[in-house]
Design a protein around this ligand. Structure first.
Ligand SMILES: Cc1cc2nc3c(=O)[nH]c(=O)nc-3n(C[C@H](O)[C@H](O)[C@H](O)COP(=O)(O)OP(=O)(O)OC[C@H]3O[C@@H](n4cnc5c(N)ncnc54)[C@H](O)[C@@H]3O)c2cc1C
Length: 402
C-alpha cells in the first residue's frame, strides 16, 4: 500500500466517520480537533432514507443513534401574543431519526476511537507536500509527516484555507444568519417546539434532553455582516438589536442569552469548489461542499462522503491519485442535489416581505390538511436516497459497546 498514515482535521461528523472506515481498511487515521474536547449538545441534525440508515447500520451505530434520538413532537406556530396559529406534526419535516449533533459526534467518536489516534486542542499550522508525503506542523504539537491529509473541519475549514486559498473564493451566502443557544425550559415544553415569525425573522424554541432544557434557534434575513467570527459578545449584540421587541417570548429568550453555556452564531451559506483535492490533500463534509444548515442534508452527506472516500482509497490500494478523483466523481452529483435542497429551503426560512411572511403562516395553518402535505418530506427523502453506493473491499468491523 502506498498510503498508511492519514491525518484528518476535525472531529465532528465527517472526520470520525471517515476514521471509522479508514481504520477498517487497515489505514492508520489520526484526528486533530481544535476544540479541547468533543463539543457537546448543539442543535438537532437528522438522517433520512435507507442510504443514510443503511450506512449507520453497517457502522454498528444505528442502535445508539436511535436510543439518543430527540423524540421531538409537533411544532406549533404562534403569534406575537403567543396564540396558537397552526401545528405541524413532526413527520412533516423531520427525517427518520433526529439526534443532537454533539450526541452523534460522541457516538462516532466511540465507534472510531479504538482504532484511531485523537489529538484534541490542536490545529494544523502548515502543510508542505513532498514527493512522499505531507510535512505538517501544528499550533502546539511537534511536526509530523503523513501520507495524506483530509480536511473535515467544516464550513470555515482550516485545511481548505491552507491548501486551496481564502474561504471567500468558495463560500456563497444564502441571505440568512442563524444563532442557537441553550436555556431553561421555561415554558415547560414537552418534546415540542414553538415557532414565531415576523418579516425577515424566525424564532424556534424547543425542549431538549428529555425536557430538562430548551434550545432556541434564531434565523434572520441579512446580507453578510462585517463582524468578528470569534467575538461572541459582539454577535449577541447583533442578535439582540435585530430581535428585541419583536413580540411573543423573544425578549425573555434574549435575556437568557447572557447565561447561555453555548452560543452559536454564523451566516448560512454553501461551499462550492471546482475540485475537492489537491495533491495529497482532500476535503470532505461541509469543508468540501456544505449544503447549508437549512438543507437538512449536511450530516447524511458527511456520512455518505466518509464511506465513499475511504472505500475509494481502499479500492485503489491507497493510491490517492486514483481514489480522490473517483471519490469526487461518485459524490459530486449527490452533493449538488443536497445543495439545491438548501437553496430552496433558505428562501422560505425568513421571508422579508410582509405578504410572504403572512403567506407562510397561512401555509403552516393549512398544510396538515392538504393532500400534498407529505411532499416536503418525500422530496427530502428522495434527495437523501439519490445515490447508489458502490460496494468496496470488505472492511473489518469495529465492535462498539451498546
Ligand atoms: C444550526 C445548524 C443546524 C443544522 N441542522 C441540520 C439538520 O437538521 N440536518 C442535517 O443533516 N444537518 C444539519 N446541519 C448541518 C450539519 O451540522 C453539518 O452539515 C455537519 O455537521 C457537517 O459535518 P462536518 O464534520 O463536515 O463539519 P462540522 O460538523 O462543522 O465539524 C467540523 C469540525 O472541525 C473542527 N475544526 C474547525 N476548525 C478546526 C481546525 N482548525 N483544526 C481542527 N479542527 C477544527 C470543529 O471544531 C468541528 O468539530 C446543521 C448545522 C447547523 C450549524
Amino acid at each position: 500500500m502506498t498510503t498508511e498514515n492519514i491525518l484528518i482535521s476535525g472531529a465532528s461528523v465527517a472526520g470520525p466517520a471517515l476514521a471509522y472506515w479508514l481504520a477498517g481498511y487497515g489505514f492508520t487515521p489520526t484526528i486533530v480537533e481544535q476544540a479541547p474536547a468533543l463539543r457537546d449538545g448543539g442543535y438537532a441534525v437528522d438522517f433520512r432514507g435507507e442510504v443514510h440508515l443503511g450506512l449507520l447500520r453497517r457502522m454498528g451505530i444505528l442502535g445508539p443513534i436511535v436510543r439518543a434520538k430527540t423524540d421531538m413532537g409537533a411544532t406549533t406556530y404562534v403569534n406575537a401574543a403567543g396564540k396558537k396559529l397552526a401545528s405541524m406534526p413532526a413527520d412533516l419535516f423531520a427525517g427518520d431519526v433526529e439526534v443532537l449533533r454533539g450526541d452523534l459526534a460522541q457516538i462516532l467518536y466511540k465507534a472510531s476511537a479504538p482504532r484511531a489516534e485523537y489529538i484534541f486542542g490542536d490545529s494544523i499550522a502548515s502543510m508542505t507536500e513532498t514527493r512522499d508525503g505531507v510535512d505538517v506542523t501544528f499550533e502546539h504539537g511537534p511536526p509530523r509527516r503523513f501520507d495524506l491529509v483530509i480536511g473535515a473541519d467544516g464550513f470555515h475549514s482550516n485545511v481548505r484555507s491552507i491548501a486551496f486559498g481564502r474561504e471567500e473564493k468558495f463560500a456563497s451566502h444564502l441571505g440568512l444568519y442563524c444563532a442557537i443557544f441553550t436555556l431553561d425550559n421555561f415554558l415547560a415544553l414537552d418534546h415540542a417546539s414553538l415557532a414565531y415569525n415576523t418579516p425577515g425573522k424566525l424564532v424556534i424554541l424547543n425542549s431538549a434532553r428529555a425536557n430538562t432544557e430548551a434550545k432556541v434557534v434564531f434565523y434572520f434575513a441579512s446580507p453578510l455582516i462585517d463582524h468578528d467570527r470569534h467575538d461572541a459578545e459582539a454577535q449577541k449584540t447583533i442578535l439582540a438589536e435585530r430581535f428585541a421587541g419583536i413580540g411573543w417570548e423573544t425578549d425573555r429568550i434574549l435575556d437568557a442569552m447572557g447565561d447561555a453555556p453555548d452560543f452559536y452564531f454564523d451566516s448560512v451559506g454553501q461551499i462550492n469548489m471546482d475540485a475537492w483535492s489537491r495533491g495529497r490533500v482532500a476535503l470532505i463534509g461541509d469543508a468540501a461542499c456544505c449544503p447549508s444548515p437549512v438543507s437538512g442534508m449536511g450530516t447524511g452527506l458527511a456520512v455518505v462522503a466518509a464511506y465513499v472516500l475511504a472505500g475509494e482509497l481502499a479500492a485503489a490500494g491507497g493510491d490517492h491519485r486514483v481514489a480522490f478523483p473517483r471519490y469526487e466523481e461518485a459524490l459530486r452529483p449527490y452533493a449538488r442535489r443536497c445543495q439545491k435542497q438548501g437553496e430552496g429551503a433558505a428562501r422560505f426560512m425568513a421571508p422579508e416581505s410582509r405578504f410572504m411572511s403572512w403567506l407562510m403562516n397561512q401555509n403552516y395553518r393549512l398544510m396538515p390538511y392538504l393532500p400534498g402535505k407529505g411532499l416536503i418530506a418525500k422530496s427530502a427523502r428522495k434527495t437523501a436516497e439519490g445515490i447508489e453506493l458502490r460496494e468496496y473491499p470488505p472492511c473489518s468491523e469495529v465492535v462498539t459497546s451498546p
